[in-house]
Design a binder for this molecule. Structure first.
Ligand SMILES: Nc1ncnc2c1ncn2[C@@H]1O[C@H](COP(=O)(O)OP(=O)(O)OP(=O)(O)O)[C@@H](O)[C@H]1O
Length: 243
């Protein structure tokens, strides 16, 4: 079993003295190639901080993060940025699309930044938009798209650099039920295609669509469940979920 992402003794502290916050407090994690892992916990338990550490968007106070066998916590800024651009795809709650770029340009940018030349980058971006069901919206600006469509563009963008791992931070947090199901189905299809995926969410129903669900409290992992029965069946159980 090859491990794509590994964390050991991961900690992140903010502030000091009586204001000290241990946002992430000693996390160990192995994510195997092709696995979908959900980390679930209440607001403020440290999920976003953890995801930022795992993707090299932030530096830990202590501990190690390894992506494809290479440490990312102790490399210089430029090397870290390169690893992010080429190895990690991010999906955020609030989409973070470039508003002045069209859907296809948003996706293309990620491929360009990873080193593809312009023509292949555009072709790849168009294929990805087709994969997320938005080929007919390729030339739309984000403002002309629904929340669910924007998040699907964001997923396509996350795949633009053909990342080793996709890290999703509360990806359905701004979506209604129908769009939530769309995005979860999309993640399921990525999983079927072998994509490694980590999703953090406060929503137990969303977490329950993963193969492995880890519960987080006060910066630490407190429980882990391996879920069986196939994601499609679990997604089916979500149909009819209330907002
Ligand atoms: N830059 C910061 N400076 C100080 N404290 C911070 C900072 N970022 C996060 N924290 C604190 O760290 C803790 C964990 O925050 P984090 O955003 O990771 O939680 P979360 O589980 O993602 O919450 P939510 O679901 O509400 O987004 C919180 O107590 C938060 O206030």
């Amino acid at each position: 079993m090859s491990i794509v992402l590994r964390a050991r003794g991961l900690r992140k502290e903010y502030g000091r003295g009586s204001g000290l916050v241990r946002a992430v407090d000693g996390v160990d994690l192995d994510v195997a190639a092709g696995e979908t892992v959900a980390v679930m916990g209440p607001s403020g338990c440290g999920k976003s901080t953890l995801l930022h550490l795992l993707g090299g968007l932030d530096r830990p106070s202590a501990g190690e993060v390894t992506l494809n066998g290479r440490r990312i916590d102790d490399v210089g800024e430029r090397a870290l940025a390169r690893m992010r651009r080429t190895g990690v795809g991010f999906v955020f709650q609030s989409f973070h699309l470039m508003e002045e770029l069209t859907a296809v340009e948003n996706v293309e940018l990620s491929a360009l930044l990873a080193g593809r030349s312009p023509r292949p980058a555009r072709r790849h971006a168009e294929q990805l938009l087709e994969r997320v069901g938005l080929a007919d919206r390729a030339r739309f600006l984000p403002a002309a798209l629904s929340g669910g469509q924007r998040q699907r563009v964001a997923v396509a963008r996350a795949l633009g650099n053909e990342p080793s791992i996709v890290l999703a931070d509360e990806p359905t947090g701004n979506l209604d039920t129908a769009a939530t199901l769309d995005v979860l189905q999309l993640f399921d299809s990525l999983h079927e295609a072998g994509q490694t995926l980590v999703i953090v969410t406060h929503d137990a129903r969303v977490a329950a669509t993963a193969e492995r669900m880890i519960s987080m409290r006060d910066g630490a992992f407190v429980d882990e469940t391996r879920l069986t029965g196939g994601t499609t069946g679990r997604l089916g159980a979500l149909i009819g979920l209330d907002d």
